[in-house]
Structure formats: structure tokens, C-alpha cells
Design a protein around this ligand. Sequence first.
Ligand code: AKB
Length: 327
Amino acid sequence: MFLIYNFDCIQFFSFMQEKILITGAGGQLGSVLTLKLQEKFGFDRIIATDLYPKIGHRGHFEILDATDYQKLESIVIKHSITQIYHLAAILSASGEKTPVKTWDLNMKTLINVLEVSRIQGVHKVFFPSSIAVFGDNASKDNTSQDQFLLPSTIYGISKATGENWVNYYYIKYGLDVRSLRYPGVIGHQSLPGGGTTDYAVDIFHKAIHNKPFECFLSASAQLPMIYMEDAIRATIELMEAPKQNITIRSSYNIAGMSFNPNQLFLMIRKTYPKFTITYKPDFRQQIADTWPNSIDDSNARRDWGWNPKCDLESMTSSMIKNLKLKQ
Ligand code: AKB
């Protein structure tokens, strides 16, 4: 009893000591994760950073271009940071327009985060990877964790390389970096920017405004997706899992649901029977063609109890309900 009490106290004490820095805090995932971490740890414990301040942001905020090591290090020292969630990155579709810039930014920011953590004693880091690490060679259905990675986009190449870097820092320096291969993230709280899966958020904004939707993917382009609530929960559950349970130090596959634009359209039509869609596939269809249709996340389920709650139907009704509230 005494031992259990003592252990709980130690855990509670170290929890209360956490100081968490988030890069890319103004982005689709970053803005929602910032709120969740503020709610969990308290406003004082969270330092949101991005290139530009977010209008209406509550709590600590620092302007940071994470390619600037000196600035990053000064913020880490100033706030005695113990954990970093490194979300800043250029995504798949935007990345294809500026491949060299995308490589430079995605790699430089990650290496800066790893280095500052090693040098300044940050003890835990989160690195978001993506289903974009898989290429055309990988099996499309129920794609397993250990496929040979041959990504088709520079974004995917930067994430696959990033997975190797974080694994290297764990092996060489013992830095506790944890990572998820996110599918497309769908949420009502924020807009995605520059991804191949963005259509699955854009479509809802058109539907609730009674406007037709032109889809940049084909009707049958099935991709793995996850609802924002599940994505945030997965991130925090992974970060809080006991260290000895983490067997994958590159990045965990996680799955939420899988559907194609036609299936999503038909689901939305149940609420908006007059909603219309046209298909005009562009270069993003070629990216989608190389990505999995669905993901096998059995390692995440086994190691830290991952279990998605949201499917296509519940995600659709939650998106519509929440977007209508904002109208
Ligand atoms: C993108 O489409 O680039 C992202 C991703 C799947 O990583 N949403």
C-alpha cells in the first residue's frame, strides 16, 4: 500500500513538472493538440510555437521558425522544456511543388528538435510520421507495419528518413522519441493545409453551406483516415504508455477508418439529400494511388492498447453537428 502510494506520488509529481513545447501549434493537428494538452496539464505548462501567432490563442505562445536552432534552444532553456511535440512540417501535396524546400524544412526542424533534446535534456519527443511512408510496392490492403518503405513523395521520403533518425536517437542516446504514422486526419476544429487527404475535410464545409463539391481525387480512391478525437487520443496514449511497452521506435501504424470519396459523399447525402459532387482528379490522385487503402495497426493495439472509436458514420454525424454549431 505504502509502495503504491509512493509510486503514485512520484508519477503525479513528475506529471506536474512537465513543460511541453509544441512546434506547428497553429496547424490542423497542432491547434487541437495544444488545447488538449493545456486542458490536461494546465495553461502554464504548455508553450505553443509557430511561424505566426494564432489569433485568439490563450496561454504561452512563442514565434518560432524551428529551422533556427538558436531560437529553438533559447525557448527550450527559457521555459525548462521537458517534452516536445514536433508537428511543424510541409505536407504531401504542397511538398511536391517545392521538393527541396520540403526536404530542407522537414529534416532540419526534426534534427534541431532531436539535437536540442539531447543537449538540453528534454526527456520525451513526439514525431508525427504518415501513411505517406508507404509506396506503390507495399501491399495496399491492411498494410502491415514492416513493409519495405519506398515513398513516392518528398514528404513521404522526409517522414521515412525521420523515422530512421528518431530510431537512431533512441538507440544511440536513449532519447525517448515516440511516433505515429497518421492517416488523413478529419476534424471540425481546424482546416488541413496542403495534404492529399484534405478533401475529406473540405467536403463537409461545402455540404453544410449547401454548395457543390469538386473532388480532386477519383470516386474510388480509398484511403486510411482518422477522426481528430481519435488522432489526439492516440497521440496522448502513446506518449503516456509505459516505456517498456514501446517496441517500435521508428513509428507505429495506426488506423481509424477507410473509405473512398464516393462512400463519404453517400454518407453526407443522408443528411443533405441535395448535395452534389463532381470528380476532377489532379496530381494528388497519383499520390493517393501509391498509398495504402487500409492499415494494419495490430502492434499499436498490442503494445499500448490502441482502439479507434470513430467510424465513417459516427465521424460524419459528428462533423456535421459540430460544423453546424459554428454556422
Ligand atoms: C497528407 O495528406 O499529406 C497528410 C498525411 C496523410 O500525412 N494528411
